[in-house]
Design a protein around this ligand. Structure first.
Ligand SMILES: NC(=O)c1ccc[n+]([C@@H]2O[C@H](COP(=O)([O-])OP(=O)(O)OC[C@H]3O[C@@H](n4cnc5c(N)ncnc54)[C@H](O)[C@@H]3O)[C@@H](O)[C@H]2O)c1
Ligand SMILES: O=P(O)(O)OC[C@H](O)CO
Length: 339
């Protein structure tokens, strides 16, 4: 395994990945776990998939692996991390988390849960504009692997990098994770915007102000500002807010068409994390007094408190202010609380 990627060309990178020297356990065999398995196998690695629906033993799957990757949807993260804690892993092997959500009970991010359960292992966040269907179609994509342990991030970069998947490293796991998580809330808003046919000006205004909102929350929670302008922030927001391959976007679009949340979720079948994330985000915003006007309207919409049209009107009629301001303005109760 090469240790310094910066000196590698793409050709020698590709050839270094021919070796079948890594055994990976991928926890979660849904859309994303399966797509990640495909990327790892493409690089010659052995992959063992686990999920409750496969009915196999998690203990057998993680035995003696070189890397554990979690692509479990949010409700399963805490129970699975606790199972892994009880089983124990080979010393020092990295754990990669690719889940984009927030824990309902604790409001923690997936990497915070994995860190608490497996504190002896380096935790690496993998996040970026990665719609699984496009990756399965072998279309090119880029992502970020972020860790406080940069050696671990380098290992994960090498494991997944190929001519069809370009992997960057980062030392900001919290910012990388929050970009991918918070944009799901905005993808619901973007789906509403397109479902109501509000036009290109409205969508551009929405996404630009949403990025400001993501940065406000994300930096408050410990992420670095520049991370939110990167692949895992702006990059993932662009992918998710502009594609009907995104399930979160489809939630918003369906609501704008007059469907109920239950109907939309039933149509999507797989995970749309943004619904739960919105509820947890509003809990955090209330607790921390963070101004989140767009997320607040998404919350009200998901909780049947307003219609899509009322959400648009309310956002347009808010108090006037400068585009940029320093720090956090004390939120009005109407932006984070039930008016
Ligand atoms: N699909 C994508 O394009 C994509 C891309 C990047 C990140 N993600 C993120 O990856 C995560 C999974 O998404 P997905 O698309 O694979 O969803 P999915 O619904 O297709 O699969 C979810 C997986 O989690 C497992 N799971 C659910 N509850 C569990 C529990 N209580 N215990 C153990 N396992 C449980 C399921 O068995 C399944 O294997 C989400 O957080 C999503 O935001 C998805
Ligand atoms: O289908 P979504 O909305 O969960 O989006 C999937 C990924 O997060 C895109 O990067």
């Amino acid at each position: 395994m090469q240790s310094n990627l910066n000196t590698n060309t793409q050709e020698n990178l590709d050839s270094s990945f021919d070796s079948q020297d890594k055994i990976l356990a991928i926890l979660g065999a849904g859309r994303w776990g399966s797509a990640l398995a495909g990327l790892a196998r493409y690089n010659g690695h052995q992959v063992r998939l686990w999920s409750p629906s496969l009915g196999n033993s998690i203990e057998d799957v993680v035995a003696d692996v070189d890397l554990v990757i979690s692509a479990i949807s949010m409700p399963g993260v805490s129970p699975t991390a606790n199972q892994i804690k009880a089983i124990g892993l080979r010393e020092n092997i990295p754990i990669v988390t690719a889940t984009k959500g927030l824990d309902t009970e604790t409001t923690c991010t997936p990497s915070q849960i994995w860190s608490a359960c497996c504190s002896d292992h380096p935790i690496v966040v993998l996040s970026g504009p990665n719609l699984s269907k496009e990756i399965e179609q072998e279309l090119p994509a880029a992502t970020v692997v972020a860790s406080l342990d940069i050696d671990a991030a380098n290992i994960v970069q090498q494991v997944f990098s190929s001519k069809r998947f370009r992997v960057y490293t980062s030392s900001d796991p919290v910012g990388t994770e929050l970009g991918g998580t918070l944009k799901n809330v905005i993808a619901i808003a973007a789906g509403v915007c397109d479902g109501l046919h509000l036009g290109t000006n409205a969508k551009s205004g929405l996404l630009t102000r949403a990025l400001t909102e993501i940065i406000r929350i994300g930096t408050h929670l410990g992420g670095q500002k520049e991370t939110f302008f990167g692949l895992s922030g702006l990059g993932d927001m662009l992918a998710t807010c502009n594609s009907n391959l995104s399930r979160n976007y489809r939630v918003g679009y369906g609501l704008a068409e007059g469907k109920t949340l239950e109907e939309v979720i039933a149509e999507i079948e797989t995970t749309a994390e943004g619904v739960n994330t919105t509820n947890v985000l509003i809990e955090i915003a209330r607790r921390e007094q963070i101004n989140v006007p767009i997320s607040w309207k998404v919350y009200q919409l998901l909780n049947n408190q307003i219609t899509p049209q009322q959400a648009v009107e309310a956002l347009m009629e808010r108090d006037l202010k400068p585009e940029f301001y320093e720090g956090i303005i004390q939120p009005k109760s109407s932006d984070t609380h039930q008016p």
